[in-house]
Every structure is written in C-alpha cells, then in structure tokens.
Unconditional design. Sequence first.
Lengths: 452, 282
Amino acid sequence: MKIGTMRLGLLALLFAIPAVAQETAPPATDDDAPLEVDIVGGISEPMPIAVPVMPTPAATPTAQGDTVSLGRQVAEIVSNDLRSSGLFTPVGPGGLPAVSFAQVTAPDLATWRPMNAQALVQGFVRAEGDGDLTIGCYLYDVSAGTELTRQGFTVAPANWRRAAHKCADAIYARLTGETAYFDTRLVYVAETGPKAKRVKRIAVMDSDGSNHRFLTTGQSTVLTPRFSPRGGQLVYMTYADKLPRVYVLDLASGRQRPLVAAQNMTFAARYSPDGRNILFSMAVAGNTDIYRVSAEGGQPQRLTNAPGIDTGGSYAPDGTRIVFESDRGGSQQLYVMGGDGANQRRISFGGAAYATPVWSPRGDVIAFTRIGGGRFRIGTMTPAGAGEKLLTESWQDEGPSWAPNGRVIMFHRTAQGSGKADLWSVDLTGVNERRIPTPLDGSDPSWSPLLD
Amino acid sequence: MDRADGAGLGAAMAGHVALFGALSLGLAAAIPPKPVPPPSMEVEFVEEIALQSATAQPSPQEQAAAVAPEIGRVDEAMPAPAPLPEPLPAPPPAKTIMPEKPAPAKAVAAKVKPETAKAKPLAKAKTEALPTAKSTKPEKTAARAPRIGKDFLAGLSDPSPVTADTPAAAVMSAVALADIQAAIKRQIQPCADRQVNPGPGASRITVKLNLRLNRDGSLASAPRVVSASGVDDENSRYEKRVADLAIAAYKGCAPLKGLPDDLYRTAKGGWSNVNMNYKLPG
C-alpha cells in the first residue's frame, strides 16, 4: 500500500513538472517541429509616421531661440526631411498631442495606435550648462511596441538644424535600411535674368534649401560644380578667362585656382571616390580626351586618345573603372574603361544618344541622360550596359547626380519654351519624383557627401 | 456487260462499301473525341470552417447522456446501505457511466461516433482515439446507485458537472493543420498588409520568425528571427528591415485567438511553436 502511494506520488511529480513548465514557457524541444505559416503582405506606399513636438526638460533661451520653440522646429525639420524622401507620410508636429519629457523614453503607444501611424519619432531639446544643445531622437515601432533606434546629438546652438537632419537620417536609415542623406549639402548653378542674358552663379545650400549662399559673383558664367568626396572643395568650369577652364574652389577659405596650368579648354571635371584625383576633359589640338590629375595639382595624365570628344568621366566607387561618353562611333555613347584607360568598350546600345554618365556610389548602376525622340530623360543601366531603365518622362531632364546613398538621383529639368530650369530628384525606382525647392532657378546640381 | 462482269462489279462494289465502312469505323476510333471541358467546379477556401481537432472528441455531456439513466437496476440500488432520502444527486458521471458489464462501453462508442461524424465529417479517419480506456473502469458502488434523477423527464442531458476527461491524444491531421495555418494567416494578414516595402529587391527576402506561444495565444518569448532567405547583393541592406516588418506584422495583430486548445501541443506538433515565414508581395 505504501509503495502504491509512493508510486502515485512519483507519477504526480512526473506529470507536475511538465505541467508547470508548460504554464510558464513552452519548452523549446528540438523534436517539436514548428508549425509553418506563410504570410505575404505589404504595400509600396509611403509609411505613415508621427512626429510630435519635441519637449524640453526646462525652457532655456539660446542664441537660436528658446528650447521650447527649437523643439517644435526640430520636429518640423525631421518631418519635412522624411516627407522629402517620398517614402514617408509624416503627421505632425502640428495637430498632434503634446508629449511630456518623461514620455520621450516611455511612449504612450496607446495614444498613437489609433492614429494609424506605424512609427513614432519622439525626442527632446535640452540646453546644456556649457551653452551647447543636446537633441535626443527616439524611434518607436507603434504596432510592435518596440524602440527601433535612439540617438543623441550635442551641438553648438548654431548647428541645431544639422542635429535635426541627423535625427531624420537616423530614422530614415533604420526604417529603410539605406544609408542616410539628409545631413548633406547641395551645390548648383543658380540662374537669374532673361533667357538670352542669364546670370549663372554657383550656390550652396543644405539639402532642405536652408542656409543658401552664393559662392561666385556671377560676373562670369559657371557650369558643372562638383563636390569633392569629403565636401570641402568644389571643381567647376568657368568662363572667367574667356576660355572655359576648370577651377578648384576651397569652400572654407574661398580660395580658387585653375585645375591645370595649360591654357587649354578644360571641362567636365569630377573627383575620384578617394578624393586624390580629378578626372577632366581637355581639348588639345582639336581632340578632346579624358585626363586625370592629382587633386593637389601637377602633371595631368591622358587616359583616352580616340579621335572625337571623350568627356564626362566618372569613377566607379572602388576606383578601378571609369565610365565616360564619347562620340567616336558617330554619336554620343557610354563607354567603360579601366582606371588607367585600358580596355575601353561601349556599353550603351539603346538606339539613342547617351550622355553625362555618373557611377552610383553603390557601384551597381550608372545614371545617364538619354537623348532621343526629341527628349532628354534620366535613366540607369548596369556597368555592363544591361537593364536600361528610364526614370523620368519629361521634355528635358539632364545632369544626374547621386545622393550619397545611391538611392536618389538629382537632376535639372528645363521647361519647354521658357527655358526655365529647376532641380528635381527621383528615386532609383522611378517613383517619388519631386522638385527640390531653390530660391532661384537652378541647374547642374551636385550632392555633397554625408556630412560628419 | 456479261454476267461475270456484273458479278465482278457487284463484288467490287460490295467490297468497296465494306472497306469504306471498315475504314470509317477505324477512322472514327482513331480520331480522338473532342475533349469535353470538365464541368466547372466551384472552389471555396476553407477559412470559414471552425477549428477542430481531427480527433473525434465527444463532449462530456454526450458521454454522460449516452449512458442513459436506465443503467443499473433500481431494485438493486434501493437497498443501498446509506439511506437515500431522495433519488441521488447524479454522481460523477465519468465513473457512473460504466455498469458491471463492459457492454455499455461499446454503446458509448457507438452512440458517439455518428454524432461526431456529423459534426465533422472530415475527421472520420481519426475516431479511433476514443477515450474508452478510463471509462471502462467499473465502479461498483456507484453503478448500483439509481440513475434516475428528479429531472429524468427533462431528457438525456445530465445537469451535473461533468468531469469526464478530454481525450488524451488529440491528433494534428492535415486538415487541422490547414485550419490552424489559415486561422493564423487570417488574423495576421491585416497587419502584414500594412507593412511598407523598404526598397527595390526587398520583396525577394523571406524572413522566418519563430514564435513560442502560450495557451492563451500570447507570446511566451520574444519572436526570434530564425533565418532570412533570398538575400542578395542588391537587397541585403533591407534584410534587417524585413525582419522588423515580420515582427511588426505579427505583433500588430497578436495575440492569436480562437486556436483549438487541444492542438496546442500534440505528438505531431502544435501551435505552441510556430514558424511564420514573412515576405513582402512581389
């Protein structure tokens, strides 16, 4: 009898253990094959994201306004940046409930779920004792209830806008998987005056159009400004010497110098990805070829020697290859060659002319202007010339320039008739075409690298 | 034309007619009949059917009712040692269903089978797992007790709390599996449909998410990314994001509701352990 009872007790124990384990957490036994469920779902639409005003722990006056108003403006910049990518439909900061400082790190997601926002950006603006500003930036997945990223930026008050762009960059990068591009600058040719007598000046501005300023006076026409890979210098072409020549401009000091000493026509300059060299075209004795010169100056080295015009050289991101345009075959077409000029071969065969090739910073595609059927359109193809895809449909779109993440292309669009030009951007997928606001008409845009 | 000619002509004609007939028949046989399009068949997805175990699972009420109150002879029951002022309140039916003889056990099975088959015809194959083991245990004293309660006129249903055990081994059949998959899919789909494609090529990625669930449908632990397939040079930057989307799709529509409790865990798996393979459309 006793044994029987004991056995019963043991049995109970044996059963009790799995029962308890089951209640707390199902044991992850390996032989327990999971039940497979396939779910396919999603949309290709901008993501709704809420960006409420960023609170401050204590309202403090700064040189750029008090921290309360800065909190609103930072949220506005983040919201505008995200909207400009075309991948988000931000809500706020206007019209959203106020967020307390304590809620920044502990969001009340129940408030946000009914608003249908998938993601929530919260943050704060705090004045530090030494006069700096700290801008905190938090991203939450509303439905999953998880924090996706957080970043803090301590900046001098004058740089508060950059901190806001950095916040937008962090959110963009986390939600898209791309590297970011909001904390960048754009350089372009600002155009004023009538069509026959245009004044063209190089202007630089933040990616959202703020901090706009001119770099040249407008006394001589300028074209094709291009940022150096670190963003500290520009190369551009100017008619200052009556002869078109490429100049190098140092942004910090404002000093400029001719790229090469020779009194030849030089144009279409572009930095190598490592910033050490500059590719450019030079016309010598009636033949235009592509040359390479050290960014510090020195003796240029000729890379092409075919009769005709070889121009528009652009390095692959690893620097081992160069894409360029040439009319050696009768019409403008794209060619690829090694970094030393070897193995030149044509890659464009689309039954039209192709110009202004630019290698993507990702390396996978080359953007170009396709000229055919009375229209100029922006497109991409692989470095082997396959997969040609046209991204724009307008009358005259030309001069592509890549965003540093290789996802967005900026170009300029000239209106039929008036000749009025402005800057546009388009996503690599051909959607999200949008005008980039500039105070003046603009052409020849170039994107800076992501700023440090 | 002489007679021989006539006979020859007649024979030739007859031969030709015969040949023509033979060839026609052969030809008719050789020509394949025009394929008749099969009658169109209406197909409906099974998402609306209720989730049930494949095991025939008689409700305890039915079990109790199946052993009709006439079991046990009243005359035997009357001289029970304890004075019974009134007809006994119904004893625990799991024990009372069995009389001394095992025969009624068969009656239980016989009675139960048609009913469950009616409720779920697709589950026929699995009815052998009937819970007869326990119920065949005879119980002496209770069997003698009168089974006629004061409510016997109300019918077969036994109002007393029924403690019959649920069937020990629920079986995950293909149908039950499809039901559970459809139920999970139906619940998660609206949240999956809200996830935003991060960029070109992301739809080639499939993320396998392992979900450990409690019996109430809630998550027992955080979803775990088991693997991601379809990742290549172009879309690798989106891998982490697609994993995010998979988790958000699940959590947004969690916890799971209405899954059959008996299929929470079976010998052939259950919904306690689910792999959700999430992919963007395209």
